[in-house]
Design a protein. Structure first.
Length: 95
């Protein structure tokens, strides 16, 4: 299995899509896994590091689909990503 880093600012913003930033500085984790599906049993394909920014292209529960694959924004009840903004300046409901 080859695991690669996802660029710090992955892909181009999708109009109206939430922008997420990896924020793991105060957790026990070093990175966020990128998987090929929205499940802990899906294969890891890449990693996101602290400060990486992704743009949501889909959602399945706590799982965020982005250009690199799927990543969860919480793990074991700990937030590991934060929704900072929405491309296009729209309000983000529930954030």
């Amino acid at each position: 299995m080859i695991v690669q880093d996802v660029p710090t600012r992955a892909a181009t913003p999708v109009p109206g899509a939430p922008q997420w930033t990896v924020d793991i500085a105060n957790t026990k984790y070093d990175f966020v896994r990128v998987r090929n599906g929205p499940s802990l049993s899906s294969a890891e394909t890449a990693r996101l590091w602290d400060g990486s920014v992704i743009y949501e292209t889909g959602r399945n529960g706590d799982w965020i689909k982005h250009a690199g694959g799927w990543s969860t924004h919480t793990f074991e009840g700990t937030p590991i990503m934060t929704a900072e903004a929405v491309a296009g300046g729209e309000a983000l409901p529930g954030a």
